[in-house]
Structures are given as C-alpha cells and as structure tokens.
Write a protein that binds this ligand. Structure first.
Ligand SMILES: Nc1ncnc2c1ncn2[C@@H]1O[C@H](COP(=O)(O)OP(=O)(O)O)[C@@H](O)[C@H]1O
Ligand SMILES: [Mg+2]
Length: 224
C-alpha cells in the first residue's frame, strides 16, 4: 500500500552550499510523480531525504501525516534504485535481490521465486548467478531496478532508472513499471532528466529549480 509523503520547507546544505531551500512537496498515497531538473540541482538529494539517508537541516518530512522520525514502528517500506546502482559487488545478482527482500519484507510475504520473478521481468534472469561486475551498465541498471521492485515497496524511489538504456528497452520497462506501480499502489518518485519518460509514465510532473520543486499548480499551501 502506498504512503502519502509530505515535505515542508525542507532545507539541506552541504557545507556552505544550500542544495534544498524551502522545498515543499506533497504526494498522495499511490501517486506516480516524476521529478525533472538540471544536473546538480538536488534531485538525488531529495530522494535521499525521503529514503532517510540524508538528514534535513530544516523543515519536516512526514509519511501518512506522521513525522518520519516518529514512525519507526510503521515506517513505510522503501524501494530505492540508486542512480549509480550500488549493487553489492561480492554478491550474485540474485543475492542482491535476496538481501533486500530478507531485510525488508516480512517472512509471511515471502514467496519462493520472488527474486527470479523480478529478474525475469527485467529480462536478465539468465544473469542471476553473475556478479554485478560481470554485467554491462544497462544490465546493472535493470538489476538495481529489479531489487527496488522486489521488496514490493510502499514508496518507490527511482533515480534516473532508464538512463543509458536504448529506446526500445526503455519503452518496455516504462510500460512494465507503470503496470507494477498500479498493481502494488506504491507512491512513486521517478527522477529523470528526460521529459519524454516523465510524460509517458507519471500522473504529475515537477521541476526542481533553485533548491525547490515547482509543480505548476497553484500554491495552495495549507499552513498548519
Ligand atoms: N555528499 C555530498 N557532499 C557535498 N556535496 C554534495 C553531496 N551530494 C551532492 N552534493 C552537491 O549537491 C548538489 C546537488 O546534488 P544532487 O542532489 O546529486 O543533484 P542531481 O541529482 O539533481 O544531479 C550538487 O552541487 C552536488 O555536487
Ligand atoms: Mg542525481
């Protein structure tokens, strides 16, 4: 089940450089949101904030209306496909998925061939026993995407998941991802710098600029 995400007046700085500045964004549970923006504008930082990997210097993050730091017991399950994959190099592709599944999915939800099923969907089942280093960049990208989906997340964060993939495969993966997202109902943020990807797949698109997200909708920020 998807979780609503609410970010209010978030700021993040690296040293003297402010990357997120008074950044607010609200996503409905189950919404598919695409985030566009120039390189270096803070898209990855925003995903890291949602994933709990980057602390806020100011502002708040809540899931389903509860502050993220107070939702340890009911923390949404997050699937994250990193921009640079971050597969465990010493583990096989299959075990990269298994580690994520065992770490995040309660045992009663485990099904025998979960890892294989997702590798098959990504068209890389025959690579299951290989190490990430033996895969091409595009194959690693797909393994990383499979790992993010295989945990059947409440929140799915995808950081440029299609970059470097050729057109045909891109279209196929887009279609599959949309199907998966509808079936699972996970709240999804897709970071891209390709407007075509964003428009083909998302319910709503935002543009990151000057450290905050513009959604083009009227700013009816309820201040309470
Ligand atoms: N860990 C870090 N330490 C210092 N600066 C960082 C770090 N991560 C990102 N930055 C800087 O923050 C800015 C935004 O980075 P990032 O969120 O990766 O942007 P994007 O994903 O939109 O390309 C960039 O100027 C980048 O160099
Ligand atoms: Mg990035």
């Amino acid at each position: 089940m998807g979780a609503a995400i609410d970010i209010r007046h978030a700021s993040v700085r690296y040293g003297a450089e402010a990357v997120l500045k008074d950044c607010s964004l609200s996503l409905r549970a189950g919404e598919f949101f695409a985030l566009l923006g120039a390189s270096g504008c803070g898209k990855t930082t925003l995903l890291r904030v949602i994933a709990g990997l980057c602390p806020l210097d100011g502002g708040t993050l809540s899931f389903d209306g509860a502050p993220a730091e107070r939702t340890l017991q009911h923390r949404p399950r997050i699937g994250l496909a990193f921009q640079d994959q971050r597969l465990f190099p010493a583990l096989s592709v299959r075990d990269n998925l298994e580690v994520a599944i065992r770490g995040l999915v309660p045992e009663e939800e485990h099904s025998g061939r979960q890892a294989e099923a997702f590798l098959e969907k990504m068209g890389i089942l025959e690579l299951a026993d290989k190490k990430p280093g033996e895969l091409s960049g595009g194959q690693q990208k797909r393994a990383s995407l499979a790992r993010a989906l295989a945990v059947r997340p409440d929140i799915l964060l995808l950081d440029e998941p299609f970059s470097g993939l050729h057109h045909e495969l891109r279209r196929e993966l887009r279609r599959y991802l949309r199907e998966f997202q509808r079936e699972i109902g996970c709240t999804t943020v897709l970071v891209s710098h390709d407007r075509e990807d964003a428009e083909a797949i998302a319910d709503r698109i935002g543009l990151m600029r000057d450290g905050s997200v513009e959604t083009g909708e009227s700013d009816r920020t309820e201040e309470n």
